[in-house]
Design a protein around this ligand. Sequence first.
Ligand code: ATP
Ligand code: MG
Length: 252
Amino acid sequence: MTQLELTHITQSYREAGSRLLAIQDVSLSVAAGEFVTIIGPSGCGKSTLLEVIAGLQQPDSGTIILKGESLSNRLGRTAYMPQQDALLPWRTVLNNVILGQEVGRGHRRQAKQRAQELLPLFGLEGFAHSFPTQLSGGMRQRAALLRTFLMGKDILLLDEPFGALDAITRHELQAWLLQVWGHFGYTIVFVTHDVEEAITLSDRVIVLSTRPGHVVMEVAVPFARPRDADAMRYSPEMTALETQLYQALRHR
Ligand SMILES: Nc1ncnc2c1ncn2[C@@H]1O[C@H](COP(=O)(O)OP(=O)(O)OP(=O)(O)O)[C@@H](O)[C@H]1O
Ligand SMILES: [Mg+2]
């Protein structure tokens, strides 16, 4: 079943009387439980596209169908994790991760209980009462991901969640995310600059051109699941796919 369907989405920003075209005529669909990654050069409109899907922006033209419904108000239908982790420095980990429910007027006590249960899975056991400044970069990202998961939606929109991390932490979190995704069976739309990350994680990779971003390539990732990221990394299939994607990114 299709969870998300974008048809001919175009979006621009208006500033000081001029118009900046960010994405142009993007069509894509994502099936239930699928992990789809969008890659593309910096500034090509990836974050804009996620914001449009989340309902933070309305497209200039095109349609978005979420679970069979065409909605102009899509806010709250998906769980969106912005590019910056946006943890509130004055709140503890626990109070940060329940923010989604608090804003959505959920039950605070239940939210806290659920968060406490999930802290070990997110590698944050014992840190419920720590503040964001007391966490490592990887832990902050896991806390931001836990907050996104706790929004209780089955479509997750993740904007470069591992972008600022060193390679080893990034690899660890990729393996961990695959495990968590396998556990919950979410539908994920993931944005990254990193070609290897896109292949490691996804069922399908969609390549956008330079701005205005439009789809230049879409490939199905042939690796079976569950995946062994270390074995994949050095395989000839990985190299071939990476080459194909880099070529698409270059001929933009
Ligand atoms: N709020 C905004 N107002 C005006 N222009 C914007 C706004 N947000 C983004 N843009 C512009 O839209 C274009 C696409 O930006 P966007 O953030 O979507 O790119 P991106 O692909 O996510 O880039 P990156 O990989 O660097 O995160 C850029 O030229 C950017 O300057
Ligand atoms: Mg971005």
